[in-house]
Each structure stands twice: as C-alpha cells, then as structure tokens.
Design a protein around this ligand. Sequence first.
Ligand code: SF4
Length: 399
Amino acid sequence: MLRDKIKIPISELEQSSFCRSDDGLNSKTLEEEFNAGVRWQKLPIEYMRTSPEDLEANILSARKKLGDRVVILGHHYQRDEVIKFADLRGDSFKLSQYAAEQKNAEYIVFCGVHFMAETADILSSDHQKVILPNLTAGCSMADMAQTDDVLDCWDDLMDIMNVDDITPIAYMNSTADIKSLCGENGGVICTSSNAKQIFDWAYKQRGKILFLPDQHLGRNTAVNMGINLSEIIVWDPFKPLGGNTKEEIDNSKLILWKGHCSVHARFSTDQINKARKEDPNINIIVHPECTLDVVKSADYYGSTEYIKKMIDEAESGSSWGIGTEISMVNRLSEENPDKKIFCLDSVVCPCSTMYRIHPAYLSWILDGLLENKVINQIKVPTNVKKYSKISLNRMLELN
Ligand code: SF4
C-alpha cells in the first residue's frame, strides 16, 4: 500500500492543484502560482515577481534579438501565454517531425514536457542544443514506466519467451530509456496518430506486442483492430509476472503496461450522456488516451491533431463536446467562434505538467541565451540515443 503511494508520480498528485471551476486559466506571476504548493524548478526571484505583461514584453524583445538562432516548438496543450511564442505548434508526433527538420537553429526551445525535449535531442543534429524551460515539466504517464520496472518486466518476459515472439512498442510519451529498450529489441515508437499502423506492422513481424506506458491507447487501438479483450492483459509492475500467470501471458496477443494519462482519465461516459441530453445534436470527440468505454460512447476519437482538424473543418453552427486537455479546447473555441465548443469535463483542469512552462521560465532561458548561457539543456546520453533513435526513425519511416 505504502509502496503504491510512493510510486504515484508527483505530477499525478499535483494534477488537481490548478483545477478550478470559477475562473479561466490566465497566468499569474510565478510567485503567486507557487502558492498552490507546487514543487517546480526554482529560478531567480526577479522572474518570479515579474508581471505577465512585463514577461510578455521581455520574451518578445529577447526573441527578436536572438532571431533565427532559436526555434521555439510548442505543444497544443501549452498555456496561451506560452504557445503564442511558438514558431511551430503541434502534437507530440508533429513536433518530433519538426525537431528532425530543424537543421539550422542553434537552439531548440521545447515548450512541452520532458520526453518531448528528449525526443527533440535524439532527432536533432549534433550541433543543436535542446532546452526545456522548466526541468520539472515531466509527464505523469511517462513517469509511470520507470526504467528499472520496465527492464524487470522485459527480463521476466525473456525468461518465458524469445525476443522473436514479442515486439516492444513505446508510446511517444515515454522516457528515452524506454525508447532505447524498444530500439534494441526490434521495437518501435508510436503516437496516437499512427498507433494502428504501427500495431499492424508489429503483428506482421511477431505474434505479441508489449505496449507501454498507456494502457488505454493500447487497448483502444487493439479493439479497433478486432483483437478480443480476452487476448489483452495488463502488466502491473508491482506484482510478480505483472499479476499474470505464464499461461495468460502465453495466450495473450497484447500486454499493456499499467499506466494512464491523469488528464484524459478524467473523462467519463456520464459526462457524455449529460452532454447528449442537453444537446441531442452534439458531436462528441475524444482522445484515445481516454478509457475504452468513453471512446466507444464518443462519435469520433483520435489524436490531438485529428481533433484540431475535425473541429477546424466542422460545419458552422455545429456543436462539439471534446474530451481532451482544456487549454487546447479553450483555444479551439476561440479560433472557431461560429461553432459551439466545450470541454466534456466542467472543471477547468489543465495538464499539470504542461502547465509548468510558465512564461517566467521562457523569459529566463531566453535571457540566458542572450548572455550565451544555456540553461536547462536536455541531453540524452550517447548510448541511450543510439537505440532510441533507431526506434524513432523506424516510426518515422513507417509513417
Ligand atoms: S496530457 Fe497526459 S500524457 Fe499528455 S503530457 Fe499531460 S499527463 Fe502526459
């Protein structure tokens, strides 16, 4: 019991710190945001006390002086006060492609979370430096698959089968260590945009898949491919053989790591039923990190980019209940004023780890670059880079 508690990522515990039902998500000074009791990276006090307006002016000025020495990549789940400075926006897949394409900028500033900055470092050129403005911007889902636990799982599996029997597939939302394990063992990376395509490829190579860390994306993808739920098992890293018998493992087609996204796990069929009751013409669209029952109850489901495309291209006057991160839903609503758009969860609850990129951090690291100081560089060790690059490139080639 105690072990379970210790193993809950800090970010998961923090998830509700910024949930509110009474106001929007406008940034306050960082000092005020720290009052929510969060444990974010410390930075010089002057940045903590600078008002949001002054931070914006500082960032604009630093950005201008740095010119094309810097490219800023921003994930759709970033706050408005940060995403507005992104040169390129996207979901984790699109951003990984952008990172691979940036050949000239000296610095890639990644306004996203830790695993994304690692991926950018793996895919970018040797002369480039990748920076994550706040080092504590992790991902609670990625934190649920710790390297030692995954290595133990792989060793256990290799005791009862051969490497030729099973393909390890890591969701993009995983650490470089896990991506490396996949690369070293004939595996690959996937995102929510290409999971089905990658699973199809994997089943042509070998009979089984180990998918980690998001059990929901794995289950939703497999069910969509016609795999029976009885052929899908869950690997709990705190139980011997993941809580399964050898026979259950032998009979399975898909082994899912017991991880989830603390943001998308908030959506429920009750919210969907309520939305349909209030507006019978509503379209429901959700992210595949939601549970299987939520995905089955929705009209559409797909990656962040898919959701954005569907809403942007929807008929004027149509209504949409969306099951994904609130900063993105709010932005879609602002960008599509002719459509009725709302988040299925009535509590305003951003991804707590994406939210850690406060404009104060962006201002701090850009000022550092003006003084030729690289703050918060993300550098994947060479031995990990080698195999994680193989698994990422395998995905990009298959795409
Ligand atoms: S939305 Fe979920 S999966 Fe994405 S960064 Fe936040 S916690 Fe991680």
